[in-house]
Design a protein around this ligand. Structure first.
Ligand code: PA5
Length: 432
């Protein structure tokens, strides 16, 4: 069976051969402490064996909820922010048709509560005004302002349209088991609820109902996603660096960080992976960016951004390294056509697959960047399927935990996120 793997040959010229070996003991220690739950934040390490704990009953219940909602509604509005939406959005973009909302694949899925833009919300309300809608509101704390406002707007819309009873049948809340304003509201109103496990933090929650319900609504096989993550547990829990590409990735990014690299640029050559990079940015940004430490996680879509950021990467400040996500096999094929008067200079490409041309763009770019002084790590994904999505999620979750411990931080808290909220609430006059 193929698997997610790491090629770090284009990082080797920038580190000393023995440096990875020096990390071996530290990685082993981080692994053992993590698996024995003897680490800072150990109460949030439920994600570690989560894929093995998802039971058939949970898949069944999610499928039943989606069947029930899709009998009444063609559109699902998913309301959440940060870890409460990025996983689902990344999966739907990575696995769905590029234009899935227009193509009738599963329910149409739109996201709200991911910002406070009136234009975004008004445009969405206009888009769905003549459609039958259902809502999945997701907030672990149940108190986050952005989704709370969006939910109030959609709740009023549903209650006006369908009455309180009708709205109840169209709203599903995913939240804490016992506390928070959303939990209380869901109980009062009698909404169907799903629980975000206590031991799983927001950015690690995609394989809980937080992600699984919207992913299933988009017609994606969530059992396959979980199977892929289970395979990830097996592959990425081996202690030795030589057997574990996930731990190698965690070690290498720390080696590069200690050599003065301050930015990791995650790139891909498939637009379908661009939201996955947003999920990754939250995972690593919130987990590692603390105590004035951590790599800044940035992303770019190639070859698109080679025409905007390419110059900087090749020639600008040498403070970054690139991690490339490469999907070995394309889901769909397009050939360069033969045309009668080949006067556009493209005849040398006739009958070549676009995926092959993309691959040459990827190879050429990695070569150029490493020659230009930019180390490159390449994560190879056999194909963009639900199985490999699950495996990729687990790869990065595990890498992030190990990398955070190598950096010496607690990867599960996010104290810095509160600062802007405090100011915003003061400015808005929120009562104590
Ligand atoms: O990873 C995290 O914990 C955060 O990014 C949260 O997911 C985000 O702030 C949303 O929080 P909540 O689900 O409580 O509304």
């Amino acid at each position: 069976m193929k698997k997610i793997s790491l090629d770090y040959s284009k990082a080797i010229p920038f580190i000393k051969e023995q440096e990875l070996g020096f990390m071996e003991d530290m990685v082993k220690l981080a692994h053992q402490k993590l698996h024995q739950r003897e680490v800072p934040g150990s109460e949030y390490t439920g994600w570690l064996d989560l894929p093995q704990r998802v039971e058939q009953d949970e898949f069944k219940r999610i499928r039943e909820t989606i069947n029930r909602l899709s009998q009444k509604a063609e559109v699902l509005i998913v309301i959440g922010i940060g870890g409460s939406y990025l996983g689902a959005k990344s999966a739907i973009e990575l696995l769905g048709h590029t234009y899935r909302n227009q193509m009738g694949q599963g329910m149409e899925v739109y996201f709200a509560g991911t910002n406070i833009s009136s234009t975004y919300l008004a445009d969405l309300l206009e888009l769905v005004k003549d459609k039958e809608i259902a809502v999945n509101v997701i907030s672990k704390s149940g108190t986050t302002l952005e989704p709370a406002i969006a939910f109030r707007v959609f709740r009023r819309m549903l209650e006006e349209r369908y009455g309180e009873e009708g709205a109840r049948g169209r709203i599903v809340a995913t939240t804490d088991a016992s506390k928070g304003a959303l939990k209380q509201l869901a109980e009062e109103k009698g909404y169907e609820t799903y629980v975000v496990p206590d031991d799983v933090g927001g950015r690690y929650s995609v394989l809980t109902p937080v992600g699984l319900l919207p992913i299933a609504a988009a017609g994606i096989d969530i059992e396959e996603v979980i199977d892929g993550a289970k395979a990830g547990i097996d592959l990425f829990s081996r202690e030795a660096l030589a057997d574990n590409d996930c731990y190698c990735y965690a070690a290498l990014r720390n080696i590069l960080y200690n050599k003065g690299k301050s930015v990791e640029l995650l790139t891909s050559y498939e637009p379908a992976l661009s939201y996955f990079a947003e999920w990754w940015k939250q995972l690593f940004g919130e987990s590692e960016g603390k105590e004035h430490k951590g790599l800044f996680p940035a992303s770019a879509n190639f070859s698109t951004d080679l025409h905007s950021l390419g110059q900087y990467i090749q020639d600008g400040r040498r403070n970054l390294f690139v991690t490339t996500m490469w999907a070995e096999e394309a889901r769909r094929k397009v050939l360069v056509p033969d045309i009668a008067d080949g006067d556009d200079g493209l005849d040398y490409l006739v009958d070549k697959e676009l995926h092959y041309i993309n691959e040459m763009a990827c190879k050429g770019t990695i070569m150029a960047h490493s020659q230009g002084g930019v180390p490159n790590l390449k994560i190879e994904i056999p194909k963009l399927t639900p199985f490999y999505y699950g495996q990729l999620v687990y790869f990065f979750e595990k890498a992030c935990a190990i990398s955070g411990y190598l950096l010496g931080v607690n990867p599960y808290d996010q104290p810095g996120v509160e600062a802007y909220k405090k100011n915003m609430f003061n400015l808005l006059g929120k009562p104590e």
